[in-house]
Design a protein around this ligand. Structure first.
Ligand SMILES: CC(C)(COP(=O)(O)OP(=O)(O)OC[C@H]1O[C@@H](n2cnc3c(N)ncnc32)[C@H](O)[C@@H]1OP(=O)(O)O)[C@@H](O)C(=O)NCCC(=O)NCCS
Length: 172
């Protein structure tokens, strides 16, 4: 079954294999935006791990524009890294309120259409409950059929379209 696994510093090869599969496109929820010149390199991996550990540490103050966030690898039963998911503890920035929402995710191209995104989102909702959130905002591009169906499969309640994004709420 699909699982949400904390990133592991020991599994560079598994992470890099997954990143390569994306070929630079659609890495939502991976945290890649925080790393200049991001790619499937050891340097990007180490930098990313530093950022993601800092962001998930609720004891640390973060710079403006950042919120605490738990990053996961989406893994399959063979522990292959099949994608990424980021669970933000809040949406207290203009960008997250209007565009980003609470949860970002992506599944590597070679492992799509196998139910991983839907199951990973379901697991993320359990994590959100554990964090004490009462509801979560999910957004996706108007034409992202895969994401629309993923969100709706997990009970997403459509609110409206804002800045080209469909907005959904899920009560927890
Ligand atoms: C969107 C994405 C996460 C879907 O991942 P996935 O693992 O293939 O999705 P699932 O297999 O769990 O499918 C979930 C639902 O979406 C449907 N679906 C998935 N991709 C689809 C596509 N390209 N076209 C139509 N339907 C699609 C599935 O049939 C399923 O629908 P169902 O519940 O009615 O059967 C994946 O395509 C991706 O990573 N895209 C790039 C990044 C991205 O867009 N992330 C979301 C940002 S908001």
């Amino acid at each position: 079954m699909t699982a949400l696994t904390p990133p592991s510093g020991d599994r560079f090869d598994a992470w890099a294999d997954c990143v390569r599969d994306f070929d630079g496109v659609g890495l939502a929820g991976s945290g890649s935006w925080q790393v200049q010149g991001f790619g499937p390199t050891r340097e990007s991996f180490e930098t990313l791990l530093e950022h993601t550990r800092a962001e998930s540490d609720t004891g640390r103050d973060l710079q403006d524009g950042h919120v605490h966030c738990d990053y996961f690898w989406v893994t399959d039963p063979d522990e292959v890294v099949v994608g990424f998911l980021a669970m933000r503890h809040s949406i207290d920035t203009d960008f997250l309120r209007t565009q980003g929402g609470h949860i970002g995710y992506s599944i590597r191209p070679s492992h799509r259409r196998q139910g991983h995104a839907a199951r990973a989102l379901g697991l993320a909702l359990n994590h959100a409950r554990m964090l004490g959130l009462g509801h979560v905002l999910l957004t996706c591009d108007e034409d992202n059929v895969g994401s629309i169906r993923t969100i709706e499969s997990q009970g997403g309640d459509f609110e409206r379209i804002l800045i080209g994004k469909r907005r959904y709420w899920i009560d927890l």
